[in-house]
Design a protein around this ligand. Structure first.
Ligand SMILES: [Mg+2]
Length: 184
């Protein structure tokens, strides 16, 4: 995927970020939920999104998941990614957002929120850096500062992680083990 260029007007929004809160369905997934005969749910996650979140956490950014639904799959995925702040079956996302603020001590201006649908708007309207995905609802446009080029479940989160690391100047350091300096 193309590395995200950092729009100049976003630098001052991204630099202070200490936390990233993600909606799950439609952001970390493409929004589809597969339910088998036994009622068990499965979802598809993107491995590159996951690696982006791991890299971002290595730079010191705290990551949280916030979803209206509840499934074991999300628990498993969060554990794999080393995410301990997981809020499921949340009816009022703004209340959960406030809880995360209390737990972390982060201010609005230090939090990035990414969501894809109407239920995310109350939080998008508060977070210092409000983001949606390429295929997020058009109704979110007035409330977001940035829309990814990649859709939910297919690279949007990776793109956001790279954008944050590029703007905060942490990308080169965190990827040095994979990207050695070019030979002279
Ligand atoms: Mg969603």
């Amino acid at each position: 995927m193309e590395p995200a260029a950092v729009p100049a007007e976003l630098i001052s929004r991204i630099r202070p970020l200490k936390g990233l809160i993600l909606d799950v369905d439609g952001v970390l997934t493409d929004g589809r939920v597969i339910i088998d005969d036994a009622g068990r749910e499965s979802k598809h996650f993107d491995v590159r999104d996951g690696h982006g979140l791991k890299l971002l956490q290595r730079t010191g950014i705290r990551v949280a998941l916030l979803t209206g639904r509840v499934s074991r799959v999300v628990e498993h995925r969060a554990r794999e990614l080393g995410i301990d702040l997981v809020f499921q079956r949340i009816r009022d996302k703004l209340a959960a957002y406030e809880r995360i603020r209390e737990l972390t001590g982060f201010r609005d201006g230090e939090i990035c929120y990414i969501g894809d649908d109407l239920v995310d708007v109350p939080v998008l309207a508060r977070a210092g850096f409000a983001v949606t995905v390429a295929d997020g609802s058009a109704h979110l446009a007035p409330y977001v500062h940035w829309r990814s080029a990649y859709p939910g479940g297919h690279g949007a989160v990776r793109e956001l992680c790279e954008l944050i690391m590029a703007a905060q100047g942490t990308w080169t350091d965190v990827t040095s083990r994979y990207l050695p300096r070019p030979r002279p």
